[in-house]
Ligand binder design. Structure first.
Ligand code: MGP
Length: 193
C-alpha cells in the first residue's frame, strides 16, 4: 500500500518507515591527520547503509554535514555495492562532474540538494550515477558527482545539466575522466556544461 507521497511504508503503526527505491551507503574519509607515506584510501571508511527516508535524515542530521568539519575530509553517498574509488568496477570507466565552492554554507546546501535528488531518484539517467563526494578543504570546498560511462558524452551532458539545476549553479562545470586523473593530474576536463 502506497501512502500520499507514493512511497511504500514499512513496519507497523507509528514506526512506519518510507522505503527508498534502492540502498545507499554513506562513506567518510577523514584526512585531517594523514599518516606519512600512507596510500590513498587508507582512511576511507564505509559508515552506514540505509534504505529508508527516516534513516537518511537521522544520519544526515547526526553526522553527514560537511560544514561540521574544519578541513580535509571527504563525505560520500554512493549506491550500495559501489565503492567510491576509481578501482571499483562500476567506476573504472567513469568520471565526475565537479563544482567548487568558497562558502561552507554553500557546500552544505549543494550537498543536501544532491543527496535528496539521488535518494529521490530525480535523475532520468540514475542508472549511470555512482554517487556524490563532498570534499572539505581549507581553500575551496568541492562537490563531485561520479558517473559510470565517461565516454557517453550525450548522457554525461544530460546528467550535468540536470545536476546544475538541482544545485542551482549557473557557472560552467567540468567533467573529467577517472582514467585521465589516474594517469596525469594535469589533464583537464573533457566536457563542459
Ligand atoms: P582527488 O581528491 O580526486 O583530487 O585526488 P583533487 O581534488 O585534485 O585533490 P585534493 O588534494 O583536493 O584531494 C587526489 C589524489 O588522491 C589523486 O591524485 C590520487 O593520487 C588519489 N586518489 C583520489 N581518488 C579519488 C583515488 C582513487 O579512487 N583511487 C586511487 N588509487 N587514488 C585516488
Amino acid at each position: 500500500m502506497a501512502n500520499e507521497g507514493g512511497q511504500e511504508p514499512t513496519g507497523a503503526g507509528s514506526k512506519q518507515k518510507h522505503r527508498l527505491e534502492r540502498k545507499w551507503t554513506f562513506w567518510f574519509d577523514n584526512q585531517s591527520k594523514p599518516k606519512q607515506g600512507a596510500a590513498w584510501g587508507t582512511s576511507l571508511r564505509k559508515i552506514y547503509t540505509f534504505d529508508t527516508v527516516e534513516e537518511f535524515w537521522c544520519l544526515y542530521d547526526q553526522i553527514f554535514r560537511p560544514s561540521k568539519f574544519p578541513a580535509n575530509a571527504d563525505f560520500h553517498l554512493f549506491k550500495s555495492g559501489i565503492e567510491p574509488k576509481w578501482e571499483d568496477p562500476e567506476c573504472a570507466n567513469g568520471g565526475k562532474w565537479s563544482v567548487t565552492s568558497s562558502r561552507k554554507a554553500n557546500l552544505d546546501n549543494m550537498w543536501l540538494e544532491t543527496l535528496m535528488a539521488l535518494i529521490g531518484e530525480q535523475f532520468d539517467e540514475s542508472d549511470d550515477i555512482c554517487g556524490v563526494v563532498a570534499s572539505v578543504r581549507q581553500r575551496q570546498d568541492k562537490l563531485a558527482l561520479w558517473t559510470k560511462t565517461a565516454t557517453n558524452e550525450a548522457l554525461q551532458m544530460s546528467i550535468g545539466r540536470k545536476w546544475k539545476e538541482i544545485i542551482d549553479v549557473t557557472d560552467k562545470i567540468t567533467y573529467s575522466f577517472h582514467d585521465d586523473s589516474r594517469r596525469d593530474k594535469s589533464i583537464r576536463g573533457r566536457y563542459n556544461v
